[in-house]
Design a protein around this ligand. Structure first.
Ligand SMILES: C[S@@+](CC[C@H](N)C(=O)[O-])C[C@H]1O[C@@H](n2cnc3c(N)ncnc32)[C@H](O)[C@@H]1O
Length: 391
C-alpha cells in the first residue's frame, strides 16, 4: 500500500516536471518550491552526506572543465562511451569512469547505459565558456577564502569583518593588498573573474525594466544638451551608460562615465557618452547632475568609507539632483540563498557586505542623505534602485 502511494506521488511529480512552465520566472518559482520541499523531505543520512560533501561537486566539476568533458558531451549528437571519451580527453579510462560516475550521480551528465554518457540540461549549462570560467573562478578564488573563513572569524573573535586589508581572502592567498588590486596582476584569475561577473546575473531584469529614468529624473526643469543627466560614478567600462543610451536613445543632456584612468582607457566605444577619469574619493567635478548613479560600489565598503564617497556627491548636487544607488537591498526575512551566498562572498573576499534597507538608511544617514524610494528590479537577488536625496 505504502509503495503504491509513493509510486503515485512520484508519478505526480514527474507530471509536474513534464508540464513545467517555460517562462523563466514561473519556472524559477516552481524550482524554488520543489527545492524547498526536497530539503524538508530530507532524512538525516542525506543531510549529513549532502552538506559534508558540498565542496566535492565544485572540485569534480573543475576536473570535468579541465578535461573538456562538458564540452565534448554537449557537442556530441549521440551518447559517448569510455573509448570515445578516452580518445578525446587523453585521460585514463579507470579514472574517467570514476569521474563520469560521480558526475552522473549529481546529474551533471546523464548515464545512458554501462559506461555510456550524454549531456544533461546541466552539462549544457556548464559547457558554456562563461559559466566554465565561473566554475574556475569560484573554485580557485572564492573557495580558498571560504575555507579560511571559520578560522578567520574565530581569530577575530567573531566580529563582523570591515577591513579590506584584513580579509579571509588575504589570509588564504597570503597577500597584503586588497584583492581587487592583486587580481589585476594575475591575468588568468582576472579573466575568469570578469567572465563570471558578466554572466552571473544573466536572464535577470535590468534596472530600466522597473525604473523609469526619464519620468523619475528628467521631469521638472528643462533639460538642455549641456545639462548633465547621468553620471555613472565608478562605472567600470560603461555597461550601464550603454544600457541607458539603448533604452533612452532620445535622451537630452550629458551622459558621463567616470572611473579610474586605466578603466576609462578600456571603456566600450559608447557613442554620445563622455568618458572622464575621476577618483571618487575626491570632490565630484560634475555639478548639478540630474542623477549620480553608482552600481556595486558601496557594497565594497564599510559605512564610514561609503559615507565619505557619498559626501563628494552631496556637495555637487543641486535641487533637482538625486543619487541612484544600484545595489541589493536584502529583505528582513526570507533572503534567497543566491543573495545570501553573495553576501558571504563579499565578506570572504573583501570584508564587505550586502545591506538591508535599515542598514542602507544607517549608511546614508552618515552622509546626510535619506531614501526617497526603493525600486526592486530583480526579486530573487533584490537588486534595487535606491533613490537618495539630501535630508
Ligand atoms: C565592483 S566594480 C563596479 C563597476 C560598475 N559600476 C559595474 O557595476 O559594473 C567597482 C568599480 O569601482 C572602480 N573604482 C575603484 N576605486 C575607484 C576610485 N577611487 N575612483 C573611481 N572608481 C573607482 C573600479 O575601477 C571598478 O570599475
Amino acid at each position: 500500500m505504502a509503495t503504491t502511494n509513493v509510486e503515485t506521488q512520484i508519478a505526480q511529480l514527474q507530471s509536474i516536471l513534464q508540464n513545467a512552465p517555460k517562462d523563466p520566472a514561473s519556472r524559477q518559482k516552481l524550482y524554488d518550491a520543489v527545492s524547498d520541499m526536497a530539503l524538508k523531505l530530507e532524512g538525516s543520512g542525506d543531510t549529513m552526506q549532502r552538506v559534508c560533501y558540498l565542496p566535492l561537486q565544485l572540485s569534480v566539476a573543475n576536473i570535468a572543465v579541465d578535461l573538456g568533458l562538458f564540452d565534448i558531451l554537449a557537442n556530441s549528437t549521440s551518447p559517448l562511451g569510455l573509448d570515445d571519451l578516452q580518445k578525446k580527453t587523453g585521460a585514463d579510462q579507470v579514472l574517467l569512469r570514476r569521474v563520469l560516475r560521480y558526475l552522473a550521480s549529481v546529474n551533471m551528465v546523464e548515464e545512458t547505459g554501462a559506461d555510456t554518457f550524454k549531456a544533461s540540461n546541466i552539462t549544457q549549462t556548464l559547457s558554456r565558456p562563461l559559466i566554465a570560467a565561473g566554475l574556475r573562478h569560484n573554485f580557485n578564488m572564492c573557495a580558498p577564502a571560504f575555507q579560511e573563513l571559520p578560522k578567520f572569524l574565530k581569530d577575530t573573535k567573531y566580529q563582523n569583518p570591515y577591513d579590506v586589508m584584513n580579509s579571509p581572502f588575504q589570509r588564504a592567498f597570503q597577500i597584503d593588498e586588497p584583492p581587487f588590486l592583486w587580481v589585476l596582476k594575475h591575468p588568468y584569475h582576472l579573466e575568469n573573474a570578469n567572465k563570471w561577473m558578466s554572466v552571473q546575473r544573466e536572464g535577470s531584469n535590468e534596472w530600466p525594466d522597473a525604473f523609469n529614468f526619464e519620468a523619475e529624473c528628467c521631469a521638472g526643469s528643462k533639460i538642455t544638451p549641456e545639462t548633465p543627466v547621468f553620471v555613472d560614478v565608478g562605472g567600470g567600462i560603461g555597461h550601464q551608460c550603454q544600457l541607458l543610451k539603448d533604452r533612452y536613445p532620445n535622451i537630452q543632456g550629458r551622459v558621463i562615465l567616470q572611473d579610474q584612468p586605466p578603466m576609462v582607457a578600456q571603456a566600450l566605444p559608447l557613442p554620445g557618452v563622455e568618458k572622464m577619469a575621476h577618483d571618487f574619493w575626491t570632490p565630484e567635478p560634475v555639478k548639478g547632475a540630474r542623477a549620480y548613479y553608482m552600481r556595486n560600489i558601496l557594497h565594497d565598503y564599510p559605512d564610514e568609507a561609503g559615507a565619505k564617497i557619498l559626501r563628494q556627491l552631496v556637495d555637487a548636487m543641486d535641487k533637482d539632483s538625486v543619487i541612484l544607488i544600484d545595489e541589493m537591498v536584502l529583505p528582513t526575512t526570507g533572503t534567497h540563498w543566491r543573495a545570501a551566498q553573495l553576501d558571504f562572498t563579499m565578506m570572504s573576499a573583501m570584508a564587505a557586505m550586502e545591506r538591508t534597507e535599515q542598514q542602507w538608511k544607517e549608511l546614508l544617514d552618515k552622509a546626510g542623505l535619506k531614501i526617497k524610494k526603493v525600486v526592486v528590479y530583480n526579486e530573487q537577488l533584490r537588486d534595487s534602485i535606491i533613490v537618495v536625496v539630501p535630508k
